[in-house]
Design a binder for this molecule. Structure first.
Ligand code: ADP
Ligand code: ASP
Ligand code: MG
Length: 453
């Protein structure tokens, strides 16, 4: 079967015009399997409502819930008005019923959260996933209104995970097994439409794969189905040399390896969720990043072997970084000191972006997080701890070692007299990273990009 897994993100799901475009794009494929995000802003609003409810203002949280309902009703009604169909009353009724059900569920969860005065990770996932539960159902119904045989599948039936709420780990064996039902639907001539981002824990509760997790859902399903290709349809024409929203002269990269694309995603290229390429790589499935508003543009193709001969491939940057320095108390031996520091990071599941060490001290760049307080308490057992906040990390990805001298001097020229807090380079990873003040981050990134690319 010539299966293409197509994923459409929040901006693609923004309004009735973009829904129509999504349906047009999928109609061109023989066996499309469609993964959709929540409509633009919905996930963020759901989480905001949950936090507000936990903090005590249930009324305000419910108002946000009501506005989510109205926005979806608006998209639905405008879509059905623009695309008249004899079955409109039936479609409308089924969508409104589903929407009422999901909003009632949201209100119930918000009320529970309000009473408990705390937002547990499990509750947060149950609430955050409602956006995708709604968007996937409504889009599948709208497909029927334009005579496409679209069929909703609840992602909980396919994306089986562990119980690590907020960043659940997929159970690949179960996902492979459950994906058989998708093929059955394709066989009967229908196009499955599945919400991204969420899945189901062994006890039946809802989990999520982390922010931007719909990309990951798409590649998990693409991997399970041995798809011909996985296509990430978004609002830019591929993976760029840097974030085009901030770096005016950034350009699309025609081809990337899984490895380089993963590094880019991990170091802040938001266009892909960092785990996206793993399932594709395991089955050697090409991943395309395409622009839904310029579908004829080639976009980026991500494959196993794509060797580039450029001196550097891309630049990414991350805000809200913290520099953590731990200096050992004299009594601690060097190797056990580092082991203890990294054990603490593991305990709180805090990923590290860059590290510099001496035998008796270590400086680590990592994303700011609420867990840093707890981490700090743990680390004072090992040494003195200092945090420097409001830092930014700029990373040059895919640097060739022979050009390192030239690259470093280009960076320092661009940064002029600005302070650099830390520099790291690893030959194996081919990444040159440096930490600067967050205030200067975008300006520095722009200067470095125009100097190098
Ligand atoms: P979607 O809603 O489709 O998932 P996202 O907002 O998650 O879309 O990702 C697309 C956005 O990623 C782009 O609008 C762009 O601003 C941002 N982005 C960041 N880094 C890059 C990059 N290197 N290449 C392309 N886009 C990038
Ligand atoms: N809607 C989710 C988010 O905003 C997942 C996604 O869009 O990929 O993070
Ligand atoms: Mg995204």
């Amino acid at each position: 079967m010539n299966i293409h897994v197509l994923k459409f993100g929040g901006t693609s799901m923004n309004d009735h015009h973009t829904w129509k475009k999504v349906l047009e794009i999928i109609s061109k494929y023989e066996y499309p399997v469609v993964i959709v995000s929540a409509t633009a802003r919905t996930t963020r609003q759901l989480i905001e409502a949950a936090q507000i409810a936990a903090k005590g203002d249930l009324d305000k949280a419910l108002v946000i819930g009501e506005s989510i309902k109205l926005r979806h009703l608006g998209i639905l009604h405008r879509f059905l008005k623009d695309n008249p169909h004899p079955k409109r009353p039936l479609i409308e009724e089924s969508c409104e019923h589903k929407l009422d059900q999901k909003i009632a569920l949201l209100f119930k969860l918000l009320t529970y959260t309000h009473k408990a005065a705390e937002l547990t990770p499990a509750m947060s996932d149950a609430i955050a996933s409602i956006g995708e539960q709604i968007s996937s159902y409504l889009l599948a119904q709208c497909g029927l209104a334009v005579n496409q045989l679209t069929q909703f599948i609840d992602a909980k039936k396919i994306i089986k995970t562990d119980s690590e709420y907020g960043k659940a780990n997929p159970n690949l064996a179960l996902i492979n097994q459950k994906s058989g039902s998708i093929e059955t639907i394709l066989d009967s001539g229908f196009t499955p439409i599945i919400g991204g981002f969420y899945g189901e824990a062994p006890d039946g509760t809802t989990t999520t794969l982390g922010f931007e997790g719909s990309d990951y859902s798409a590649s998990l399903i693409g991997g399970a189905l041995h798809a011909k290709a996985i296509e990430i349809w978004t609002d830019v024409s591929g993976v760029y040399t840097s974030d085009p929203r901030f770096i005016e002269d950034a350009k699309p990269i025609p081809e990337l390896s899984y490895y380089d694309a993963t590094e880019m995603a991990y170091f802040g290229a938001k266009v892909l969720h960092p785990s996206t390429l793993k399932p594709a790589q395991e089955r050697n499935i090409p991943v395309f990043v395409k622009n839904m508003f310029e579908p004829e543009e080639p976009g980026t193709k991500i494959i196993r072997d794509s060797d580039h001969s450029r001196k550097v491939l891309a630049m990414s940057f991350k805000k809200e970084m913290v520099l953590l320095t731990v200096s050992a108390y004299e009594t601690v031996m060097g190797y056990s000191f580092l082991t203890k520091v990294f054990a603490a990071l593991e305990k709180f599941r805090l990923p590290v972006d860059a590290v510099n060490t001496t035998e008796a001290s270590v400086t680590i760049a990592l994303s700011n997080s609420e867990k840093l307080n707890q981490l700090s308490k743990e680390l004072v057992e090992v040494g003195t701890v200092t945090f420097e906040e409001q830092k930014g990390l700029i990373s040059l990805i895919g640097c060739t070692i022979s050009n390192l001298d030239e690259l470093s001097s280009q960076v320092f020229n661009a940064l002029d007299s600005q302070d650099v807090d830390m520099i790291t380079f690893t030959k194996e990873k081919r990444i040159l990273s440096f930490v600067v003040d967050e205030e200067q981050l975008i300006q520095s990134a722009q200067k470095i990009h125009s100097g190098i690319f």
